[in-house]
Design a protein. Structure first.
Lengths: 255, 361
């Protein structure tokens, strides 16, 4: 059984069909990439999975359960974490605090315990920090641990956002353009990280990405979208050589 | 410059980052405890007033500075706390139970009001909460059998197991009571900041979208923030009632709400220090103005609106030149000395921030 299975998903904004009868499934332990021209509906698919948007039709299954039964804030509890295309960090907090918010779904203490900072809260804070520290080690964020987000360069913010998603200990990681705006070296780092996330941590990755170099080097399967519908699906090489995909990107006659 | 070498998670979690800052705050607390022996009764009363305002400021700071929800209705919650405390004591509940309970009641009232009101954002939220302030006045008049309406109420002498506290005849005892409440509220605030809920508050303030994606329930978190904020404000209200000695429907007016909000902006949004700095300004400004007026113009001349005018001017100047408030200025001066001579002029210039994700609503 697939980890994430989407069938016949459709979403319309007024007369615009953003996602049109889209079906695909992500297997446990793979890196699955979604590509497509601007406005193809890639981020919309992510927002559907995050339950920010309510689909018109279609079924969303995660690990055998119905994703549509969850509210947006319950999706994290299932073990789905995500990043955003235009970095959505908590700007007036430090890197460490941002990563600790990622641990929010593991919060067990209640309000009264926290007001008095009961021993249990302290114990859990230690556990959260241990988990977060592993992520910091993994992503080489040590120099930035206590820095405010508002003063960090773009590339570091991108990594912090990845770290925040990882800190929640997800089973499925949704990466919305992880390499956009990154330098060549940073993209290379991102590539190793995505590889390690899959191989060492055993986390399934679903990503939207424009950088075909990154996509073809890390992903097992690629889905090409255009106008909200599936254009092609298969290995990176298959999709890249698919005439329909080339036409969507470069226009008719280019193939 | 002090550099913290963190060698265990406790370095992050504990209340004070190092021995030095522990020493500073301990000295401050000792000074506060010894204060009645150092200054006269009049000034002790003024300091008590500062502390009461600081408690109210902490309450609003939790909501506005921490969770990012503006409220111009907190005078209403001062009133709820004040009346709840007085009425409970009149019903024969001992102070030691009635006072904490008054805060809890205010918190619950706050949560009930928060459920519809917190659906609004930004300026609309501010307008809706103004309505609360105005309504409170009328509701107090309408509930005359309990509240005493326009003629108001007088709080009874506080009695803790036979130990009596009264603001006018025993200012020292009242000062210590207020000091204890201040320390407890500050500790609550600090504890929240270092636990998951406090971080969730900041998350809601900075980005609701990604807070949701991290599993933070936005409405519940905002409601909790509102409730906690109202609880602390309720305690401040009860103490204000004792401090004033009498109160009626007009004591907790819209002006008090606005003053509260201005206070935390001037003090510095989002910091505990800010609540205290702002309280000092709010409590001492009228005195400073009247002393200044006596000196320069002569005490007999009345200048209507002087206080509000000066207050407004200060607020405008702060927003223009120091949006981080007094606390922000203090930090800058401190860092300048710590880094001397390496501080640069543009060190605190805001960096260009990047596009936010297209808003989902």
């Amino acid at each position: 059984m697939s980890l994430l299975e989407i069938r016949n998903a459709t979403l319309k904004f007024g007369g615009v069909v953003a996602v049109n009868d889209l079906s695909f499934s992500v297997e446990e332990g793979e890196v699955y990439a979604i590509v497509g021209p601007n406005g193809a509906g890639k981020s919309t698919v992510f927002n559907l999975i995050s339950r920010f948007y309510e689909p018109f039709a279609g079924s969303f299954q995660f690990d055998g359960g119905n994703l549509l039964d969850c509210k947006a804030d319950e999706v994290a509890d299932l073990g789905i974490a995500r990043t955003f295309q235009n970095i959505e960090l908590f700007d007036h907090a430090t890197v460490l605090q941002n990563l600790l918010v990622g641990r929010h779904r593991h919060r067990k203490s209640n309000l009264v315990e926290e007001l008095f900072f009961a021993p249990r809260v302290r114990r859990e804070e230690h556990a959260h920090r241990e988990a977060v520290e592993e992520v910091i080690d993994f992503l080489d964020l040590q120099p930035y641990r206590d820095k405010m987000i508002a003063g960090l360069p773009y590339g570091v913010r991108k990594v912090v956002e990845l770290g925040r998603a990882l800190a929640s200990g997800p089973r499925l990681l949704l990466l919305d353009e992880p390499a956009s705006g990154l330098s060549v070296e940073e993209t290379q780092d991102m590539r190793w990280w995505i590889d390690d996330i899959r191989k060492q941590m055993g986390i399934t990755v679903l990503m939207v990405e424009h950088d075909m170099g990154l996509v073809s080097s890390v992903s097992d399967r690629v889905l090409a979208l255009a106008d909200g519908a599936k254009l092609a699906e298969g290995t990176p090489a298959e999709v890249q050589s698919n005439p329909a995909v080339i036409e969507a990107y470069l226009g008719a006659g280019a193939a | 410059m002090r550099i913290h070498f963190k060698t265990s998670y406790e370095h992050d979690i504990r209340l004070f980052p190092d021995r030095w800052s522990f020493g500073v705050y301990a000295a401050l607390l000792i000074l506060a405890v010894l204060l009645p022996f150092l200054i006269g009764e009049f000034y002790l009363g003024e300091v008590t007033n500062v502390l009461i305002w600081a408690i109210a400021g902490l309450g609003l700071m939790l909501l506005t500075g921490q969770t990012g929800q503006a409220s111009l209705g907190h005078a209403a919650f001062l009133a709820v706390g004040c009346y709840a405390n007085t009425i409970l004591i009149e019903q024969g509940v001992p102070f030691i139970i009635a006072f904490p309970l008054a805060g809890v009641i205010t918190g619950l009232v706050g949560v009930v009001i928060a459920i519809p009101v917190l659906r609004l954002h930004g300026i609309y939220l501010a307008i809706a909460t103004i309505a609360l302030s105005i309504l409170a006045d009328d509701i107090i008049v309408l509930l005359e059998p309990w509240t005493g309406g326009v003629s108001g109420k007088f709080p009874e002498v506080i009695n803790i197991f036979g130990f009596e506290i009264e603001r006018w005849t025993m200012p020292t005892r009242f000062y210590y009571l207020v000091l204890v409440v201040t320390v407890v509220c500050t500790l609550f605030y600090r504890n929240l900041l270092r636990s998951p809920l406090g971080r969730a508050f900041a998350a809601v303030r900075d980005s609701e979208v990604s807070a949701t994606a991290m599993g933070v329930h936005i409405a519940r978190t905002k409601g909790t923030a509102f409730g906690l904020s109202c609880m602390i404000t309720g305690w401040a209200g009860a103490l204000m009632g004792y401090y004033a000695g009498t109160f009626n429907n007009e004591t907790f007016s819209l002006v008090i709400s606005i003053t509260l909000l201005m206070m935390i902006v001037i003090g510095g949004l989002g910091s505990i220090h800010g609540a205290f700095f702002g309280a000092v300004v709010v409590a001492f400004l009228p005195q400073a103005l009247s002393i200044g007026k006596d000196l320069f113009i002569g005490g007999s001349v009345a200048i209507p609106g002087l206080e509000t005018g000066v207050f407004g001017l200060i607020l405008i100047l702060f927003i223009l030149f120091e949006p981080m408030g007094i606390y922000g200025r203090w930090m800058k001066i401190r860092i300048w000395f710590e880094l001397f001579p390496f501080a640069r002029k543009d060190m605190f210039k805001r960096q260009k921030s990047y596009l936010k994700t297209e808003r989902l609503r």
